[in-house]
Design a protein around this ligand. Structure first.
Ligand SMILES: CC(C)(COP(=O)(O)OP(=O)(O)OC[C@H]1O[C@@H](n2cnc3c(N)ncnc32)[C@H](O)[C@@H]1OP(=O)(O)O)[C@@H](O)C(=O)NCCC(=O)NCCS
Length: 196
């Protein structure tokens, strides 16, 4: 863990996909964050509670912007380019430099579910992980009932590894988590197949 490596999270670069722009969150995003984070279904399978008021969204954004300043792994905001609207977040919330792995999390506005947006963003975040963070392994977990999240992982080429029993304590109870991962060599092979 070097100070230089953590500078990447201080200055998270903008990533572009066909329909999306991934950029750092700012306090100006409070209304858009509240729009999606105040929907209970969006928060059902994540660690955070749905936002009751705009102060909850501002508190979240203050926390994330402080994390950027401290160089702590933090998410990008997902911007819908055509609408110019922030519709969710995605990013590394765990980065182990000595072990070469990173763990990705994401959440999207319900209005935009099942249109391939998270898959599109995750593919870009995976590329960033292997190319910029020099990872050897990208991983992600989800609760057993979170079929949509599991599907995203599969579409992005991750493989199922097993169940982490009672791995997460959230909302007053322990939850089993499914663990998925993608290794650098698998990702490189997938990239080659896409070119051929
Ligand atoms: C998980 C989440 C980010 C997925 O985002 P998304 O942009 O809708 O994902 P995509 O459109 O790229 O892919 C979703 C896939 O799941 C499928 N899916 C969705 N709900 C499903 C269900 N109940 N059963 C089976 N498949 C389902 C979709 O059909 C789609 O697959 P397809 O492209 O083969 O049709 C979104 O549902 C979300 O924000 N959920 C709440 C927060 C959350 O759970 N975050 C993840 C925590 S681990």
């Amino acid at each position: 863990m070097t100070e230089r490596a953590y500078d990447i999270f201080k200055n998270l670069p903008i990533l572009e996909t066909e329909r999306l722009r991934l950029r750092k969150l700012s306090m100006r995003d409070a209304a858009d964050v509240f729009d999606y984070a105040s929907v209970p279904e969006v928060a059902e399978h994540v660690t955070w509670e749905y936002h009751r008021n705009i102060s909850d969204s501002m508190h979240y954004l203050r926390f994330i912007t402080q994390q950027y300043q401290d160089g702590i792994p933090s998410p990008w905001g997902i911007i819908h380019k055509e609408l110019g609207k922030l519709i969710g977040t995605i990013g590394y919330h765990v980065w182990s430099l000595p072990n070469g792995f990173g763990e990705v999390g994401y959440a999207l506005s319900k209005d935009f579910w099942n249109k391939g947006y998270t898959t599109e963003a995750f593919e870009e975040v995976i590329m960033f992980g292997f190319e910029r963070l020099k990872l050897n392994r990208v991983e992600a977990t989800c609760k057993l009932a979170n079929t949509a999240s599991e599907k995203v992982m599969l579409k992005c080429g991750l493989s199922y590894e097993g169940i982490l029993r009672k791995r997460l304590f959230a909302k007053s109870e322990y939850h089993d988590l499914k663990l998925y991962s993608l290794l650098r060599n698998e990702w490189e092979q997938n990239q080659l197949k896409k070119i051929k």
